[in-house]
Design a protein around this ligand. Structure first.
Ligand code: G3I
Length: 362
């Protein structure tokens, strides 16, 4: 066979192989013993002086490797989906507790805390409620009933709640394209009363406001801090701020530091509540998760964890990753199929990102 023919055939076979298993060849898997010799491996939860949480779903927990990884490294869980209104709230005074009860039972069996997510989020109103065309009084009395029922049920089992989630646009204005601002003249006061309803149901539960881009976008952060000031002046209870931290390896860490400093200046608990760091920043169909990209992700995780470790001990609550393994990240459907944002790869092997997170805890 001529050499050129052989090369042509070999190239064709390689291209065919690549086409069939595109995702596998997009990751340069480090060899087995390539663990970073600088890192003394230990469970994340044992290294940290605060909770290490992860978002999870019942379907994920049914996978033994997933369950083992959660039990080994995490001491807090957040329901990624199964504690939201549209899952639990089936009608006026009608609830399906099956999934949240199962998640709480899992946490109790494994001596983990549960961070409740989320009592009020414009995206998770169930259809029956969204189409009811309630006036503001009926809207609020139903929401009060819901919050009271949920927080009462999990009193002593769920120690903290995201009471309200994502009410501001990045420019700092109140989100307009949703039911709450369409129903209430003063949505902030309504949100404050929702915090009161949760407090009345459980005097000890920690109550959080949660949002994205908070650490990075000054205008949004300003509105959040103004809401905190108003809550405090009008005696609406709030214990903490959750900053989601859905960022990337290209995120400006200096801007993050400024954002963290301003949020910590409130004196409230501070929760990095949904941490994942995108690598395929340009959503490339030819993205290669190379060793250099893995190292950038390691550095970014280490820097963010170091910034959290540096805040006052009394204001530390938890760092929660939004998922355990790249295999189940929300980002492969919402961002790009070639995305690897978390600490463990699809085989539950610790990534360089894990090394960075662990080094950040030192
Ligand atoms: O479980 C059902 C399954 O039975 C059904 O077959 C399937 C198809 O309809 O849907 C499954 O439910 C999906 C659920 O995730 C579990 O996978 C829902 O459709 C889907 O909407 C839901 O998406 C979640 C999303 O919030 C909306 O609740 C994502 O997993 C979750 O990562 C995302 O998390 C949000 C935070 O709550 C708030 N901050 C932003 C973050 C990302 O959007």
């Amino acid at each position: 066979m001529k050499k050129t023919t052989f090369i042509y055939l070999a190239t064709t076979l390689l291209v065919l192989f690549a086409a069939c298993t595109k995702e596998e060849i997009n990751i340069i898997y480090p060899d087995e013993n390539s663990d970073d010799d600088e890192v003394v491996y230990m469970p994340l939860k044992d290294k940290a002086t605060f909770n290490i949480g992860t978002a999870t779903k019942l379907s994920d927990l049914s996978e033994s490797d997933y369950d083992a990884t959660v039990v080994e490294h995490f001491n807090q869980i957040t329901a990624e989906y199964e504690m939201k209104m549209n899952v639990v709230w089936k009608g006026e005074n009608s609830y399906d507790w099956t999934a949240p009860d199962a998640l709480v039972a899992y946490a109790q069996e494994n001596e983990m805390d549960v961070h409740g997510h989320v009592l009020l989020w414009y995206k998770s109103f169930p259809d029956w409620f969204a189409t009811a065309q309630y006036d503001s009084a009926a809207f609020e009395s139903n929401v009060e009933e819901y919050i009271t029922a949920v927080v009462t049920r999990y009193k002593g089992k769920v120690n903290s709640w995201d009471v309200v989630n994502e009410v501001f646009e990045d420019n700092g204005s109140l989100r307009q394209d949703e039911l709450i601002t369409a129903t209430f003249n003063d949505p902030i006061a309504f949100y404050g009363r929702c915090f009161q309803y949760a407090r009345h149901a459980d005097a000890d539960v920690k109550l959080f406001y949660n949002d994205y881009s908070v650490a990075l976008v000054e205008a949004k952060r300003k509105s959040i801090l103004e809401m905190v000031t108003r809550f405090e002046s009008e005696a609406y209870p709030i214990d903490g701020l959750g900053a989601q931290f859905h960022y990337s390896i290209a995120t400006d860490m200096d801007r993050l530091q400024t954002g963290i400093d301003e949020m910590v200046s409130t004196g409230l608990l501070f929760h990095i509540s949904e941490l994942d760091l995108k690598v395929n920043v340009y959503q490339s169909n030819d993205y290669l998760f190379s060793s250099s990209e893995q190292m950038l992700q390691e550095e970014a995780y280490q820097k963010i964890v170091e910034m959290y470790v540096a805040i006052p001990e009394a204001q530390k609550f938890a760092i929660t990753t939004w998922g355990v393994t790249d295999k189940y990240t929300w980002l492969t459907t919402s961002w790009h199929q070639l995305e690897y944002p978390l600490l463990f790869d699809k085989f539950y092997t610790k990534k360089k990102a894990f090394d960075g997170f662990l080094k950040g805890l030192e």
